[in-house]
Design a protein around this ligand. Structure first.
Ligand SMILES: [Zn+2]
Ligand SMILES: [Zn+2]
Length: 134
């Protein structure tokens, strides 16, 4: 399978040759800022399966912690991916075109969600991290 994604203005695009995994949404205060939204929504990707297909020169990297960063389009501001040691390890679900064939499996750090966010019924929620991740 091939998954394609692009930013809002279309200047930056990418291709992934393989499945995404572990799609999730994080409701912590850091993700709210990074995604300008109530939560993040992203999935993990094998770095070797990921390739920029246009506009790589438009990307800006913001390192939020040593080694960990976000790459976003310097023209339109879409956050496209998360990086670790300069390799793409996750992609934002909002920038994917079409069906990525994954669904958000769990909502994490719901214990620090924004006051104004109303969680939908029936989703798997964790107050903090997923226990198996820590
Ligand atoms: Zn853009
Ligand atoms: Zn978070």
């Amino acid at each position: 399978m091939t998954i394609n994604g692009e930013c809002f203005c279309g200047g930056v695009s990418y291709s992934i040759s393989g499945p995404l995994r572990d799609a999730r949404s994080c409701h912590c205060s850091r993700c709210r800022k990074a995604f300008s939204s109530q939560a993040s929504a992203y999935a993990l990707v094998n770095p070797e399966a990921f390739e920029w297909t246009s506009g790589e020169e438009l990307l800006t990297l913001y390192q939020s912690q040593p080694g960990f960063g976000f790459q976003f389009c310097s023209i339109c501001g879409s956050t496209l991916c998360g990086t670790y040691d300069d390799a793409v390890h996750g992609v934002t679900l909002g920038c994917i075109n079409g069906d990525p064939e994954v669904e958000i499996g769990r909502h994490i750090f719901v214990g620090s969600k924004a006051k104004w966010e109303v969680m939908p019924d029936g989703v798997l929620q964790y107050e903090g991290a997923v226990p198996s991740d820590t």
